[in-house]
Write a new protein. Structure first.
Length: 262
């Protein structure tokens, strides 16, 4: 291959990646999601490529995926409410239906202006939760968009902030630890959590700052659509034909381990 051919091939690959990335970010909200509650508190922006959820005394708001999924690598780009957000919960999570449900949570617990927002993660399996972990982020999540991701496959669940793994939940069903396996819907919401979210519920919402607004982007979904037969969905959605189930994603690689430990 000559130099001109090599350069042409390189430019072709570069353009292909740019086009692919642009196509993903170009997915409109209505393609994969719908408003689940608080319709009059949801605003579509940038021709449907961004969504604003708002909350005031009358209501919060939320949206969910049109399909349920049995595995995947899920993400949303989020910018949290600014100013004084004490008592407010902004959530991105996966959840199944029914009493003994499975659930994977990102919950951002608002705070008084100038104080750090707490990120809480949780894992429910067959209705059993109580696995909350809390942390403060290394940036201001109200200042700009960041990507929050959940990897879910037969081997592990990993919560990511941008490209940094912040929590790993391994599949230890072999020793009796419950592991999420039910088809789950992707949901996002902005709601009143002042009874518990900030200082254990002692710090309440200051409604003079309402309406509170959270923004979302990135509505493409990498997931295995589930059907009504849970056992069939598990077998199909755990297949290695899906890239997020491949051996590469069975554990953190060395660079991810270093970030995780930090």
């Amino acid at each position: 291959m000559g130099l001109s051919q090599f350069l042409g091939f390189f430019v072709f690959l570069l353009l292909s990646r740019v086009i692919a990335a642009a196509t993903k970010s170009d997915v409109k909200f209505d393609q994969n999601y719908y408003i689940t509650w608080g319709n009059d508190h949801v605003l579509s922006l940038n021709q449907g490529r961004a969504i604003q959820l708002s909350m005031d005394r009358s209501s919060g708001s939320g949206f969910g995926s049109k399909l349920h999924y049995g595995s995947g690598f899920f993400h949303l780009k989020m910018k949290l409410p600014d100013k004084d957000s004490a008592g407010i919960v902004t959530a991105f999570y996966l959840t199944s239906q029914g009493d003994k449900h499975d659930e994977l949570d990102f919950e951002f617990l608002g705070n008084r202006e100038g104080k750090p927002i707490t990120l809480q993660t949780n894992v429910f399996a067959n209705g059993v939760g109580n696995r909350e972990q809390r942390m403060h982020l290394w940036f201001d999540p109200t200042a700009d968009f960041h990507t929050y991701k959940i990897l879910w496959n037969p081997h592990q669940i990993v919560f990511y902030v941008d490209d940094v793994p912040i929590r790993v939940f391994k599949n230890l069903e072999s020793i009796g630890v419950g592991y999420p396996s039910k088809p789950m819907q992707i949901e996002a919401s902005l709601w009143n959590g002042e009874s518990w979210a900030t200082d254990g519920g002692r710090t309440k919402i200051d409604w003079t700052h309402a309406p509170f607004k959270a923004h979302f982007q990135g509505f493409d979904i990498s997931g295995c659509p589930a059907d009504d037969d849970q056992n069939r969905s598990i077998q199909r959605c755990y297949s290695s034909q899906y890239w997020w189930n491949s051996e590469k994603f069975w554990k953190l690689h060395s660079t991810q381990k270093a970030k995780y430990e930090n």
